[in-house]
Write a protein that binds this ligand. Structure first.
Ligand SMILES: *[C@@H]1O[C@H](CO)[C@@H](O)[C@H](O)[C@H]1NC(C)=O
Length: 499
């Protein structure tokens, strides 16, 4: 009888801490052995895979994914549901995702939101998943439910500093940070100053400037820089760790770096759109620019992108996520073209649904750019999202007996024929990709999820099945922790802080 379920031979194994010639054995969905190349030559397995010298890396963990959310602002609804979004993910090497369970401002409770989101995902996913609670209304009841969220394996939530339908004021942010700190929950923050954006929007409207590129103008860098700085201060005051999502400007990155250098528990995320897209992509002829409308917007120039790349390499950024938030382009019912009507025959930037698809292209774009050290690539796209969101070493690692056998086998270095990315290669339910035409030098050749081959690029492509992906209960973050362990209090003499 075979000792193992799968053996992977001749891989160049890369984790965030190690790189070398190892063979891997898998049993009962777990990584069973990682041994020097050749040491498994007498072992038996039901399936043998020859990696032919290709990288073998832990499967991608995407910590920022929007699927099947009700339209929270304006028109337009997500083009991908749990089935199509997770299908797209697995075909690009992502084996675990954390999506959002969005609470509306009009709702009082978070638990109903959580249960409703479970219903959407159940039996529909190709990959393993969990949820971040998106807190639209931090009511007393909602705050009192954080404890139950923890018991249900939810250890992170997200808040917004902009968007009328979701925006929290500074007092509400403090409420959330304090309760999150008590329950060891990590708070993710969309940091943009909504009032600055509204003011800029009015100025543009007065001048009848409606083209997609003005989305970029209205979301001025200072809106992000100011909100980033402000929420760092609020986090420091509460000593409650935060992760600032989708950072796009050099100044915001510098605020984050400076807080980290002072020892404040500030973590940061960026996304491929801030590495590969610029204002030029918003300024395509006609309405085309709408294809790249997301918030924050792609920034001014490649020089900005270079600084974000530097931040990935130098540790300012903890994770690289997709912020997959897909809308169809040629769609005037749910997609980008909902903003075209009699009043605005060429559309209006303010009403373009915000978001772009990217769950399938995140890993290949970032790896193929050859700008990150390989271990750093694994850290940013797999190990750190797992650590940050309480999934490590179940995900993001190859720890014998502990890690799920989730992995990608890539093509041996410099053997893959370069190709141009085309939307028709992708598996989402979107009619375009903002990265159309980019040259790619890598793509996962095989992807395994808990020991099962779910993607085989040359033999059938998608082999995984809907419903194989399961909900994963998460622990508290193993990265994000407060510095003080006392209680935040106001003392009788009027001073405040941690006892
Ligand atoms: C690291 O990158 C950030 C920007 O992303 C930058 O502000 C900072 O100066 C860089 N630090 C070093 C030491 O290079």
């Amino acid at each position: 009888m075979a000792e193992y379920d799968v053996i992977i031979l001749n891989g160049l194994v890369v984790t965030d801490t190690e790189m070398g010639d190892y063979d891997i054995a898998i049993k009962d969905e777990k990584i069973a052995k990682v041994v020097a190349r050749g040491d498994l030559k007498d072992a038996k397995a039901k399936k043998m895979i020859d990696a032919e010298g290709g990288y073998v890396m832990p499967g991608g963990v995407d910590g920022h994914v929007h699927l099947q959310e009700p339209p929270l602002f304006g028109k337009g609804s997500s083009a991908d549901n749990y089935e199509t979004g997770s299908r797209s993910a697995v075909c690009g090497g992502t084996t675990c995702m954390v999506t959002f369970a969005p609470q509306k401002k009009s709702e009082d409770t978070l638990l109903d939101t959580l249960h409703a989101t479970h219903e959407k995902a159940k039996n529909n996913c190709y990959i393993d998943y969990s949820f971040h609670l998106l807190v639209g209304n931090p009511s007393e009841r909602a705050l009192s439910e954080f404890k139950t969220l923890r018991e249900e394996g939810i250890t992170s939530l997200k808040i917004y500093m902009t968007y009328e339908a979701l925006k929290l004021d500074d007092g509400q942010i403090l409420d959330v940070l304090l309760e999150a700190r008590k329950q060891k929950i990590t708070t993710m923050v969309h940091a943009e100053n909504g009032e600055v954006i509204d003011w800029m929007t009015k100025q543009l409207e007065k001048r009848k400037l409606f083209a997609p590129k003005y989305h970029g103008t209205s979301h001025a860098p200072i809106a992000e820089n100011e909100a980033t700085f402000r929420v760092i201060q609020l986090s420091e005051f509460m000593d409650s760790p935060i992760l600032i999502v989708h950072v796009s400007t050099p100044e915001a990155a510098a605020h984050i770096k400076s807080a980290q250098d002072r020892g404040i528990p500030i973590y940061a995320e960026t996304c491929p759109q801030y590495l590969f897209l610029t204002k030029t992509d918003l300024d395509k002829p006609g309405f085309e620019g709408a294809k790249c409308v997301c918030s924050p917007p792609p920034r001014e120039s490649e020089a900005d992108c270079d600084i974000i790349w530097d931040g990935l390499a130098n540790g300012t950024f903890t994770i690289l996520s997709s912020d997959h938030c897909p809308f169809r382009y040629n769609d005037n019912v749910n997609g980008k073209k909902t903003c075209i009507n009699d009043e605005y025959p060429n559309g209006h930037f303010k009403y373009i649904p915000n978001g772009i698809a990217g769950i399938e292209t995140r890993l290949s774009l970032a790896l193929g750019a050859n700008r990150l050290d390989l271990k750093k690539f694994v850290e940013l796209t797999s190990a750190n999202p797992a650590r940050l969101y309480g999934l490590y070493p179940l995900k993001g690692a190859f720890v014998e007996g502990k890690s799920d056998a989730d992995l990608n086998i890539w093509y041996p270095p410099n053997t893959m024929q370069e190709f141009s990315l085309m939307n028709e290669m992708l598996h989402h339910n979107v009619d375009y990709t903002p990265f159309e035409g980019r040259t790619l030098k890598q793509w996962p050749r095989y992807t395994l999820l808990r020991g099962k081959v779910v993607w085989d690029r040359e033999n059938g492509g998608l082999l995984g099945e809907k419903g194989y992906g399961k909900f994963v209960k998460r622990e508290a973050s193993s990265l994000a922790k407060p510095r003080n362990h006392g209680e935040w209090e106001i003392y009788e003499d009027g001073s405040f802080g941690f006892s």
